[in-house]
Design a protein around this ligand. Structure first.
Ligand code: GDP
Length: 424
């Protein structure tokens, strides 16, 4: 396969990072095409354990070129911190293996401020933002009020552009939120610091990718979050502010004409959700705590306990469709090892009507889950590496999901380490 996208099918945190880390062995280039420092991909490999927020998960492989595409929210502060910590753990980062699109927009200091100010204003109606400035950043991008990374190479133009943006943004900060305005000195200091740090990595990644594609290089597109958080197709308004679907990968990467041959959708063996919004299969109390503990379900970025519940086939089928997945990776099957019975949500009941179709977001509040139960396997499967060595109940669970999702499950992950995988 020459081009592949690895995407989330659900709410995010499905284990995309571990799948990219595994599959990069077959690819030459890894591109992050959307999102910013607001979520984390956890990767465990020979260098140690990493929570990557912005760096593509291919940085651990020699010879793989990693790209932050134009669709990304380029948060230089987080990126630089991450680059430092990865380098300290022995991973070499150079402009040869890390390239940043000159068309990526910079997430500026006021984006984070505005996120926090707006969440505070919303009080109990807040969306559960990670306060990384993502929503204010993308709104500004669509208003064409951002600085492109490439402008760092045009200092006079950059200064004038910053001055215009400053004047405009201070109106909102002061008049809407009653907050402190920014000064030009603060902005130019920030650019002199972080802009200079990332500048060596900034280039025309679109042209670079075009050449790479012409040379037959294999490209892996890496998404953040999942289909249910997609700006257009997710659970509005509890989505993120960018498109997490595979269809956006060519646009957000700098290769708008790219054809994606394979879409690997990552699905967790049960459901988790961080933040606010409808979550039909949510468990509470002791059984929720037990599942959360077994799966170590605490946010990679925020440390927040994730909401948990059994797998939701209604939402997952929708995610498979929105991602146009051609292959699925089922992760964290080992987390279900201790369960006697494994509930699976097959339908929703909405106002007395049973449906297996994912409804319009506003209808989710009154949706009740309908469950079937499958038998558990009650043994440790974390050392299993071959399909035929899985207990029959575990195989039956995977096959049941496969049938009900209408997509083949080509990978079954039974642990966080790179080799804890069954390839079917
Ligand atoms: P991502 O953002 O989709 O990459 O997901 P996260 O990194 O937020 O969450 C996935 C978590 O599950 C990470 O801590 C992984 O190390 C871990 N993980 C991934 N696959 C497996 C698995 O098959 N079994 C177990 N026990 N943990 C896994």
């Amino acid at each position: 396969m020459s081009n592949c996208a690895i995407v989330g099918i659900n709410w995010g945190d499905e284990g995309k990072g571990r799948m990219v880390d595994l599959l990069t062995r077959d690819y030459d280039v890894v591109v992050r095409y959307q999102g910013g420092g607001n979520a984390g991909h956890t990767v465990i490999n020979e260098y140690g354990k990493f929570a990557l927020h912005l760096l593509p998960s291919g940085i651990f492989r020699d010879g793989v070129v990693n790209i932050l595409g134009n669709g990304v929210a380029l948060d230089c502060e987080n990126l630089w911190q991450e680059m430092q910590s990865v380098t300290e753990q022995g991973v070499a980062l150079t402009p040869n293996n890390l390239k940043i699109s000159d068309r990526a927009s910079l997430l500026l200091p006021w984006h984070r401020d505005l996120d926090a100010l707006e969440e505070a204003r919303l009080q109990d109606k807040k969306y559960g933002s990670t306060k990384q400035g993502i929503a204010p950043f993308y709104s500004d991008k669509y208003q064409k009020k951002t600085i492109l990374a490439g402008e760092l190479f045009y200092p006079d133009h950059l200064r004038a552009h910053l001055r215009d943006l400053l004047e405009w943004k201070n109106l909102t900060l002061e008049r809407v939120y009653g907050a402190q305005p920014y000064t030009m000195d603060q902005l130019t200091d920030w650019i002199a610091d972080y802009g200079e740090k990332i500048k060596p990595y900034v280039c025309d990644t679109g042209a670079w990718l075009d050449d790479a594609a012409a040379q037959g290089k294999r490209i892996l597109f890496e998404a953040q979050l999942g289909a249910l958080r997609d700006l257009d197709y997710g659970i509005h308004p509890f989505t993120t502010s960018s498109n997490t679907t595979a269809a956006y990968a060519p646009v957000g990467s700098g290769l708008p004409g790219a054809k994606i041959d394979e879409v690997v959708g990552v699905v967790k063996a049960y459901s988790t959700c961080v933040g606010e919004g409808p979550f039909v299969c949510e468990w509470f109390g002791e059984r929720a705590e037990a599942l959360r503990k077994a799966g170590a379900e605490y946010g990679a970025k925020t440390g927040r306990p994730r909401r948990v519940g059994p797998i939701d086939l209604v939402a997952t089928r929708y995610g498979v469709r929105m991602q146009a997945a051609t292959n699925l990776a089922l992760t964290k099957l080992d987390v279900l090892d201790d369960m006697d019975e494994i509930p699976v949500c097959t339908h929703y009941e909405i106002d007395g009507v049973r449906t297996d179709k994912f409804p319009f977001p506003a209808a989710l509040a009154s949706a009740k889950p309908v469950f079937e139960s499958l038998q558990g396997w009650k043994c440790d499967i974390s050392s299993v590496r071959r399909w035929e060595d899985l207990p029959p109940q575990a195989r039956a669970y995977v096959e049941y999901l496969e049938r009900n999702l209408g997509c083949r499950i080509g990978y079954v992950s039974v642990g966080p380490e790179r080799d804890s995988i069954i390839v079917r």
